[in-house]
Design a protein around this ligand. Structure first.
Ligand SMILES: *Cc1c(COP(=O)(O)O)cnc(C)c1O
Length: 225
């Protein structure tokens, strides 16, 4: 265990050149590793599991912005609702309603991204183009029902493949959906301006396709076992 500070500074520069935010994905990594990156000034960290996130939130400084990027079950929303900075992985209206309901209970508007399914991998989550458009329309029509969620943009994961052309096409498709929703009438609450795409293996393609938030784990923290 130890972080790759050279890679960190390189990726930070590449992100900055694209006006993109770097979220350090610390799932399965130790408090000490997160602390090491924190001590370099990093504040945005991403986690996939609710219990792990809740434990790390307790153990680490409270100026960390915690991003939830994993599959989220409706019954677990309550554990992260009070402090989560951005939920990237809203993949259904049911989940969005559950987040709204938790937000309402604690009078906190919770920032969210809608997760879009762009890959060919069966083990990934997200809404297809039609489901995404239908949810966006539902949010616009029933603003009151979604008052405690703030839809800030989209998130997606490209296929796990050696076929760079496919990865690029998937990112470009997601960027197109993003621009299309942006161009439509405004969603209630805040601006729709975050496009979360790109991981260790493919973030350069993502940035080139218009990503403004990359989620990087293994390149910073080493591979996960
Ligand atoms: C694990 C994970 C990442 C980071 O993956 P790396 O390949 O380690 O950079 C990014 N996004 C999501 C949704 C993840 O689950």
């Amino acid at each position: 265990m130890s972080i790759n500070t050279t890679a960190y500074h390189t990726i930070l520069k590449e992100a900055a050149a694209s006006n993109a935010l770097l979220v350090a994905v610390s799932k399965t990594k130790s408090i000490a590793d997160i602390r090491a990156l924190y001590d370099l000034g990093h504040r945005d960290f991403g986690e996939n599991y609710v219990q792990e996130l809740a434990d790390k939130f307790q153990a680490l400084p409270n100026d960390i912005r915690w991003h939830f990027i994993g599959h989220l079950q409706t019954n677990k929303v309550k554990y992260i609702a009070p402090f989560v900075h951005l939920i990237h992985s809203v993949d259904s209206q049911k989940l969005l309603s559950a987040i709204h309901n938790e937000g309402k209970k604690i009078a906190r508007v919770i920032p969210c991204l809608l997760q879009s399914y762009i890959s060919k991998d069966a083990n990934k989550y997200g809404m297809d183009e039609n489901e995404l458009q239908a949810l966006v329309e539902a949010i616009k029509k029933n603003a009151e029902e979604f008052h405690y969620v703030d839809i800030r943009g989209l998130m997606g994961m490209a296929s796990f493949t050696e076929d760079n052309g496919l990865i690029i096409a998937e990112f470009e498709r997601l960027h197109k959906s993003f621009v299309k929703i942006q161009a439509g009438a405004d969603l209630p609450n805040g601006p729709f301006d975050i496009l979360s795409m790109g991981m260790s293996a493919d973030y350069r393609f993502a940035l080139a396709a218009g990503s403004n938030l990359i989620r990087i784990g293994s390149t910073l923290f080493g591979s996960r076992t």
